[in-house]
Design a protein around this ligand. Structure first.
Ligand code: DQA
Length: 156
């Protein structure tokens, strides 16, 4: 991933496994908006707010960890870890290791679903957590990331 022109004004939008199928995957839980539409909306909001949004999706744990490492020194990260939220200590450690604020997003209300989805190992090290707001949660999370970065004095 190339280094952005202004890392401290760049936000990573990172989606995990199976989120490439948004739009057709289980619409009752995740709606019918595609990942490309989500990315366009968040990038558009980023432009309004004066930041660049770099979008990435990975079906693998290592791919997600690599993307988080590359976002060190950026303004922050909006991340939907998918199922990795529930058990990936590697992802949790990566969130913890980068200084940038990471706001975790879940499209569905995970607390209204199976019990294994009620646990997030990544949330305790995240700067914020949004669940059950549908894809609007990604836009809320971008605003939250920028708020956190501004509080920390790390927004460029
Ligand atoms: C999800 C919730 C997870 O439990 C699930 O494994 C996903 C999507 C959500 O956005 O609601 O893949 O992260």
């Amino acid at each position: 991933m190339p280094t952005p022109a202004e890392p401290s004004r760049t936000v990573l939008l990172l989606n995990g496994p199976n989120l490439d199928l948004l739009g057709t995957r289980d619409p009752a839980q995740y709606g019918t908006t595609t990942l490309a539409e989500v990315e366009n909306r968040v990038a558009g909001l980023g432009r309004e707010l004066g930041v660049e949004v770099v979008c990435a999706q990975s079906n693998g744990e290592g791919g997600m960890v690599d993307r988080l490492h590359a976002a060190r020194g950026w303004a922050g990260v909006v991340m939907n870890p998918g199922a990795y939220a529930h058990y990936s200590i590697a992802l949790r450690d990566a969130v913890d290791a980068i200084e940038a604020p990471v706001v975790e997003v879940h499209i569905s209300n995970v607390y209204a679903r199976e019990e294994f989805r009620h646990t997030s190992v990544t949330a305790p090290v995240a700067a914020g957590y949004i669940a059950g707001c549908g894809v609007l949660g990604y836009e809320l999370a971008l605003r939250a990331v920028l708020g956190r970065a501004a509080e920390r004095g790390t927004l460029g």
